[in-house]
Design a protein around this ligand. Structure first.
Ligand code: IMP
Ligand code: MG
Length: 171
């Protein structure tokens, strides 16, 4: 395994995820929320956030891909879809691992909006704002980070390092 420099340690992630769960709960209260976890990167984030979420929650999965190695291709492929009945007239929150160029999020937002949710918000664990190529912002964000390629806590480099309990940078 290559050496990984820690950027955000497990304890810090845990604390921030709890804060986000509480912010979301305050927003939705007794109204049920459909959380959409985008595979594979957001899976750790989604599991941890849902365990800390005090309200009524449903969990759905979507799979899109755009990345080849460290470069975003800008071309989004939908690998696992979601059925409209799970979205229509529901409060929906898309859980993303990271927003980079924004192409993926723009695609996802359009895809879900077309299914007429009651409301739609985006919650990302990480945000690399300065990398944006399309105009789109998440509604909730765990951490803003610099232009670094990060791995761990679900994020991969060619499918490796997802299992790290922290977020780090390959040295
Ligand atoms: P975007 O379409 O360029 O915004 O890319 C978003 C997707 O690229 C994310 O959902 C990640 O799967 C992947 N990605 C972007 N930056 C990183 C990174 O630093 N490490 C690992 N994956 C990343
Ligand atoms: Mg992703």
């Amino acid at each position: 395994m290559s050496k990984i420099k820690k950027l955000i340690v497990a304890k810090e992630i845990d604390k921030r995820v709890k804060e986000l769960a509480d912010v979301l709960y305050n927003e939705y209260g007794d109204e049920e929320v459909v959380f959409i976890c985008t595979l594979k990167g957001a899976v750790f984030f989604a599991c941890d956030l849902l365990k800390k979420y005090n309200g009524d929650a449903r969990l759905e999965f979507l799979r899109v891909s755009s990345y080849k190695g460290k470069e975003s291709t800008g071309k989004i492929e939908l690998n696992l879809s979601i059925s409209k009945e799970n979205i229509e007239n529901n409060n929906v929150i898309i859980l993303e691992d990271i927003v980079d160029t924004g192409h993926t999020l723009k695609f996802l937002k359009g895809y879900i909006s077309d299914m007429n949710p009651k409301s739609l918000k985006i919650c990302t664990l990480l945000d690399k704002k300065m990398r944006r190529e399309v105009e789109i912002e998440a509604d909730y964000c765990g951490f803003e980070i610099d232009d670094l390629f990060v791995v761990g806590y679900g994020l991969d480099y060619n499918q490796k390092y997802r299992n790290l309990p922290y977020i780090g940078v390959i040295e």
